[in-house]
Design a protein around this ligand. Sequence first.
Ligand SMILES: Cc1ncc(COP(=O)(O)O)c(C=O)c1O
Length: 483
Amino acid sequence: LNNQNQKLYEKVAGQILGQIQLGVLPLGKKVPSIRVFSRQLNVSLSTVIHAYQILENQNVLQSRPQSGYYVNAAAPLSDHEPRKVKEFPNFSKIPVKKIDMEVPHVISAFSDPENLVLSLSYPALEVLSFNALKKSLNRGIERQGMQGLKYAFPLGNPALRIQIARHYLDCGLTLSPDDLYLTNGCLESVLLAVNAVAQAGDTIAVESPVFAGLLMTINSMRMKALAIPLDPRQGMDLDSLKKAMRRHRIKAVLCTPNFNNPMGCLMPDDNKKQLVEMLAERNIALIENDIYGDMYLGESRPKPAKVYDKTGNVVLCSSFSKSLAAGPRVGWIAAGKYHSKAVGYKFMVNVGANPATEEGLAQFLENGHYKRHLRKLRKFLTEQLPHFTLAIEKYFPEGTKYSRPAGGSNLWIEFPKEVDSSKLHREAWAKKIIIWAGPLYSFSPKARNCSILQFGHRWSERIGQALKIVGDLAKKQIVNRSS
Ligand SMILES: Cc1ncc(COP(=O)(O)O)c(C=O)c1O
């Protein structure tokens, strides 16, 4: 090849890399075929082939026989991504008081409907076929009739449990409907799970950063959370977990292998298997939060770690709150060998869940609406992500890093060191913009300049303006600090 050609294929490789960096082509996604890409870019087939090969050699793309090229889910990190926090000093445990203090603060941020909440993930309702859901829910009320007005005892509506068990079959998880019981959402499932496997004073290992609600749940039970670093490509760092297990008596591990909130990273299957096996050997329970599992940006639904569970030691928790709608408050738990303890606790807390709503959702799933909705939702999320990453590139201070999610709808933002994200949170709130600060989600001192951003809303001018305001506030902090 002559020099000019060489430059062209390198340029094309650079363009593809740029699209991966911005999330236009997210991790795990199939890239356009060589033919389509050559047409789009108006370059020869051999140029595209060469570009793909370069990226394959750099482990950025993976070729799969008879299928094409995919963005490698383990693609090497770019300089613009947050790194794994190496280690927490003495494996820090959550300061209980601090989390307690945050709760009223969080509630008041959500209470004002005028606030634009940029950090809370919930499904974009414009994607939802409201009529189909309304019909299903109405049918649920009709079908249940007067029965629906009585206490519903655990385990919850059998038709919905059958549908959820069926849904998991698609990703290789076999559950009997009687392994499942229904809850008022994933946080309640986690609450039941921690209570079934541990007691006040026990230590639960969690990945860090992690959704603050999980820390609050552990905290509310007067248990201690122990921080395990999160690897942006591998999820919970298993070497660190092993080290922590040698030093501490850990009662359970709470983990979100499929798209941790806030990083959106996907734990590889081998790691999931290793995690399940090593915890089973030590009789340490694994509480798996799979709430984002259906929201993959790649090509296929990742397996839950529970697929590898041979001993009933994995407690699977999830809900429809992120993938369909949060308002109905319907979640579930498959607690394995802790089943009867968790059921007992559920009975004690609120007897059972919502029979008519559950019946309605069973209808929604049975008629194929949920699957259709998920296809639309994933397409929607894939379309929204680049709007947010482009806004970060455009409005946030130079040197700002952000995670590359393989799924879910959250981003972890790392501002330059001069930015105090708690101050940024307060300043943005004064302008009715809610962007949570890293210290709510992490105990690492490095989270001081981090924030959480949600990309699951439909992009709008209002969101763009809000991100510009956040960016300007961050830049002002940098100027003030360096002057
Ligand atoms: C990881 C994770 N688990 C649980 C929840 C809450 O789930 P639910 O509303 O079903 O209780 C959230 C919400 O942000 C979350 O991110």
